[in-house]
Design a protein around this ligand. Structure first.
Ligand code: ADP
Ligand code: ASP
Ligand code: MG
Length: 403
């Protein structure tokens, strides 16, 4: 059972979550309870670290931001004990949750199950685990990237062979679009791992992308549900379990994108590698890439990346502007774009989805700047001021069915 930030925001909510844990214990289950920091706490801690120095040692950043979860883990264990259920809390290093050393975005490499299983054998009924954190091989505290408690929960479900992994949050399931943006978004009864993976990586933050990847790989039965109501949530499952696939199951958006255009670069083998190699090394998260045919032997390359990476990308590209291999004329940076995407496994067997998408946007005069597709998604980059309108227009056009 994983409880997100709003679900543990204050004592009343922690008590509410504890009551849910007790109910499962009363059903006969041993439970692992993964908790996030209280809503907003991780942002405050990140700002505190930032206030010391913006160019900080990522290991110390982790040492600071991991603490929000430590507080809620202890409080949750106390609240569960108060209900008469034997419980104790565990920080990442105590479990231990081993990770690699990519501080700020660490990957879980292994979870030790002996200590917790030992306590279950002694009669403990609820192991409360601080989400989002682990310990590196150098014995340093690491964190898993924003939204990482979802990944902690799925990784524990896989490691302990859990029967279910319930993600309790402030919405009662996965919707056909962010319900904060699209008022008539509908809740999905089921969604395939593949679709959820696309939605998450395209901006639907209801689940961290890596948690979906892990669930898919380990066949974890994942359910996204409300911590405030008893409404049935959304179940993640294999594609084969979905009887009638929507053409489009969901619309996702990502607000803070940037577009980089390299103008007049030589059109010959090795140039793209010379551009994108250094960008990758610098950790610039390049997403969509477009290059057109050229008649003059020179061409333009456009790519998108998160706004937070664009300064680094610009600096780096200007640094190699006149190097032999690359040698481009000029660089254009646009930090005023967003990405909207439609996702659906039904797209595999249907043609004309792209045309319908482009028509829906054209109807509102929304200009498409960059397009990218995969088998089950189409994404476009548009001016940021069109984000809400674009998402709503696509939701209206495809009218995905929910419950
Ligand atoms: P938690 O703190 O519980 O992890 P998050 O804020 O990380 O919660 O994720 C839940 C939020 O995800 C919702 O409040 C909602 O605004 C947002 N969201 C974005 N896209 C979707 C979607 N397709 N379905 C449901 N929620 C979504
Ligand atoms: N507290 C962390 C964050 O805000 C992890 C999480 O909530 O999943 O990103
Ligand atoms: Mg979250």
């Amino acid at each position: 059972m994983k409880f997100g930030g709003t679900s543990v925001d204050g004592l009343d909510r922690i008590r509410g979550a504890a009551a849910r844990v007790k109910a499962e214990v009363d059903n006969g289950y041993d439970t692992i309870v993964v908790v996030s920091a209280m809503a907003g706490r991780t942002n405050e801690l990140a700002a505190a670290a930032q206030s010391v120095t913006p160019l900080m040692d990522a290991r110390e950043y982790d040492a600071v931001v991991a603490n929000g979860e430590n507080v809620t883990a202890g409080m949750m264990a106390l609240a569960i004990q108060e209900l008469g259920v034997p419980a104790r809390s565990w920080q990442g290093w105590q479990v231990p949750v081993h990770t690699n050393s990519t501080h700020g975005a660490a990957k879980i490499t292994a979870i030790g199950t002996d200590a917790i299983n030992g306590k279950f054998a002694e009669g403990m009924k609820a192991a409360v685990v601080a989400g989002f954190q682990g310990v590196s091989a150098e014995q340093r505290v690491s964190t898993l990237g924003r939204g990482g408690s979802d990944t902690t929960a799925v990784a524990f479900a896989a490691a302990f062979g859990a029967e279910r992994c319930d993600i309790f949050t402030d919405v009662d399931g996965v919707y056909t679009a962010d319900p904060r943006l699209v008022r008539d978004a509908r809740k999905l009864e089921r969604i395939s791992y593949e679709e959820m993976l696309e939605l998450a990586s395209l901006g639907a933050k209801v689940l961290q992308t890596r948690s979906v990847e892990l669930a898919m790989r380990n066949k974890v039965r994942l359910c996204v549900r409300s911590s405030f109501t008893d409404a049935p949530g959304t179940i993640l499952c294999d594609e084969e379990e979905i009887m009638e696939a929507n053409t489009v199951s969901g619309v996702a958006h990502s607000r803070d994108e940037a577009k980089v255009t390299i103008l007049s670069v030589a059109d010959r083998p090795g140039v793209a590698a010379a551009v994108f190699g250094p960008l990758a090394e610098a950790g610039v998260n390049v997403d969509m890439i477009v290059q057109n045919i050229s008649e003059s032997g020179r061409t333009d390359i456009t790519f998108s990346c998160p706004v937070e990476d664009v300064g680094r990308a610009g600096e780096l590209l200007n640094g190699i502007k006149t190097s032999g291999e690359v040698n481009f004329r000029s660089l254009r940076l646009d930090t005023d774009v967003c990405k909207i995407s439609v996702v659906g496994i039904g797209m595999r067997s249907q043609s004309g989805v792209a045309a319908r998408m482009f028509e829906a946007l054209a109807k509102y005069g929304i200009n498409i700047q960059v397009i990218a597709t995969s088998e089950i998604k189409i994404s476009v980059l548009v001016a940021r001021r069109f984000m809400e309108l674009g998402v709503q227009a696509l939701h209206d056009a495809f009218d995905p069915k929910g419950v």
